[in-house]
Ligand binder design. Structure first.
Ligand SMILES: Nc1ncnc2c1ncn2[C@@H]1O[C@H](COP(=O)(O)OP(=O)(O)OP(=O)(O)O)[C@@H](O)[C@H]1O
Length: 362
């Protein structure tokens, strides 16, 4: 096992107008499950491929266990990569699927069989070795994928969107046996996913990428509580945080009747006359005693089964903005009805600079 370090790692594809991975510096601890997340095209796969040696590093350094692997061939790096959707061969048995990395390396038949048995037991699939992937459940298929990934005793496992296209419902993903096994085995793992739900549920820490750059690195709770940029705030949460550009006047950012006072440090960090107020749907409430409220019109009401998501349209500085409210108790407004929105007591409000998109100091 080993730790992983990216230092200023950069990859520019031929003819591209900007790097796909742009000066990324991340330390992944030995045994850690680090989730790389961010929108499609943010550079997650390219970063994993650079670690595995499938993509060159144009600038910067990649270290595995303290060793610069820039000149190390992919099969000598001790990195095992799992691609999208499990990638188990349907016409091969679970045993053959697990054995594949060994048979490709022409390991002796006897030692390969012993190793497959050992890994199958470790991953809890020993009872299914003669079955084909289609004949076993989702849990066994994922465990088999992990067994195949570790059969050659890698130092690091890279999983690139392992659940994409696997038909796994979102609510099941947090119970992913891959994540559970990773913890049992304590193997350093980098897991790329577009899904902020996956990232939130399984990670020790998450790195949010956007445009090839690390926007934020931290535990899921840290990133959720204090997103470092507007891009991160938009990305995490379901639905994402409401973000409204509002004027900063007389030391406060004003959204309807709501005035969010700026600390001296926040006022000094502002690069222009506007800030972006961020508030999560669960932190807004319909109904407010007037003066402090945001006057709006309900334009969409969605029943989630557990509660309602009400989209309310307001006008700030002559510009229409939509705010989503998670509404659980009390009468549900009809489409077109006027509402006054308030911020729940104790709720967090987030402030970002409208020009740079960076969080204002708390
Ligand atoms: N082989 C390639 N040649 C040229 N450009 C590429 C190549 N591979 C990726 N890119 C570009 O690099 C950028 C990062 O892509 P990458 O696949 O790493 O992002 P990603 O976050 O993994 O996206 P996704 O979640 O859709 O896989 C994108 O702009 C993509 O178009």
């Amino acid at each position: 096992m080993a730790d992983v370090r990216f230092i200023d790692a950069t990859r520019v594809f031929h003819g591209a107008w900007r790097p796909a991975v742009d000066g990324v510096s991340i330390d992944v601890r030995d045994g850690e499950l680090l989730v790389l997340t961010g929108p499609s095209g943010s550079g997650k796969s390219t970063l994993l491929r650079m670690l595995a040696g499938l993509e060159p590093v144009d600038r910067g350094t990649v270290l595995i266990g303290g060793k610069d692997v820039g000149r190390t061939a992919p099969d000598k790096r001790g990195v095992s990569m799992i691609f999208q959707g499990f990638a188990l061969f349907p016409n091969q048995t679970i045993r053959e699927n697990i054995a594949l990395p060994l048979t490709m390396r022409k390991s002796s038949v006897k030692s390969a069989a012993a190793r497959v048995q050992q890994v199958a037991e470790l991953c809890g699939v020993a009872d299914h070795l003669n079955a084909k992937p289609d004949a076993v459940g989702y849990d066994v298929r994922q465990r088999t994928t992990m067994a195949r990934a570790i059969v050659r005793r890698p130092d690091v496992v890279c999983l690139d969107e392992p659940l994409a296209g696997s038909g796994t419902p979102h609510m099941m993903r947090g119970r992913s046996p891959i994540a559970a096994l990773q913890r049992e085995l304590g193997i350093t793992t980098l897991y790329a996913t577009c899904s902020s739900v996956d990232a939130w549920q399984i990670a020790d820490r998450i790195a949010v990428l956007d445009g090839g750059r690390v926007q934020q690195l931290g535990t899921p709770a840290e990133v959720f509580a204090a997103p470092a940029t507007i891009a991160v705030a938009q990305f995490l949460g379901e639905p994402g945080m409401n973000l409204v550009t509002a004027p900063a006047v007389d030391g406060a950012v004003r959204l309807g009747g709501l005035a969010v006072p700026l600390t001296p440090a926040q006022a000094a960090a502002l690069t222009g006359p506007r800030a972006v107020i961020g508030v999560r749907p669960e932190d807004l409430a319909i109904g407010s005693d007037g003066a402090e409220g945001i006057r709006a019109t309900a334009v969409l009401v969605r029943d989630t089964g557990r509660d309602y998501l009400v989209t309310a349209r307001t006008v700030v500085d002559g510009v229409e903005s939509d705010l989503v409210v998670r509404h659980a108790g009390g009468p549900v407004p009809a489409k077109g009805e006027g509402v006054v929105l308030g911020v729940r007591t104790g709720a967090a409000l987030h402030l970002f600079d409208a020009g740079s998109g960076v969080r204002l100091p708390d």
